[in-house]
Write a new protein. Structure first.
Length: 198
């Protein structure tokens, strides 16, 4: 497995010398945090080793893999005959990772959440493709049911809007910009206040 800087540089080198589509997949193995809490670091490491073998087992000779976080891999597919091949690979990875594994005598099922970005539409550099695949992976994680998604510009716009809104709300709290109003409840018969709600 490659270091992340070597990984993105390899993508950049490929993009500089090839015009056909290539793809980056960001693969998160869910339930790893729970596994660590229940069984500890040794079980986590053993499980991730199995997951790495499964990812590598589906790689071609020219593909590259990088571990980018405790439970995340990035996969570079350099030579695609068609952009949809990246989604076929994502589907195969999701199925392979979802097969049960035996950890400390327990049969466990992992779930893959995969984001896909394909050049040139989704990025023209290693960093851009990796970033946009990560955005798509985040959308998969939020969906609850999907195993993989192809990046779209709408995903980036949703993320941008969310970050701006959260920043503005935090600043408004600091500036004490919120004003609390009460809506009174009155008796219909004579208009006498009988309560209120925020």
């Amino acid at each position: 497995m490659q270091d992340i800087s070597v990984f993105t540089r390899r993508i950049d080198d490929h993009l500089a010398s090839h015009s056909g589509p290539c793809a980056v997949l960001v693969i998160e193995i869910s339930r790893m945090a729970e596994l660590y809490k229940l069984l500890g670091q040794q079980a986590l490491d053993a499980s991730m080793a199995v997951m790495a073998e499964r990812v590598l087992g589906l790689c071609g000779s020219g593909d590259a893999v990088c571990r980018i976080a405790r439970a995340q891999f990035a996969l570079f597919l350099p030579s695609l005959s068609h952009a949809s091949k990246a989604l076929f690979t994502a589907s195969a990875l999701a199925a392979r990772i979802g097969e049960p594994i035996l950890v400390e005598g327990r049969l466990l099922y992992m779930v893959a959440k995969i984001g896909v970005a394909v050049s040139p539409d989704d990025g023209t550099s290693g960093q851009a493709l990796l970033r946009n695949a990560a955005i798509a992976q985040g959308e998969v994680a939020k969906s609850g049911s999907a195993h993989y998604l192809h990046y779209t510009e709408q995903m980036r716009e949703r993320l941008r809007h969310q970050l701006i809104t959260e920043t503005e709300l935090r600043q408004a709290i600091l500036d004490e910009a919120f004003v609390l109003h009460y809506q009174p409840k009155v008796a219909i018969a004579d208009g006498t206040p009988i309560g209120g709600r925020r």
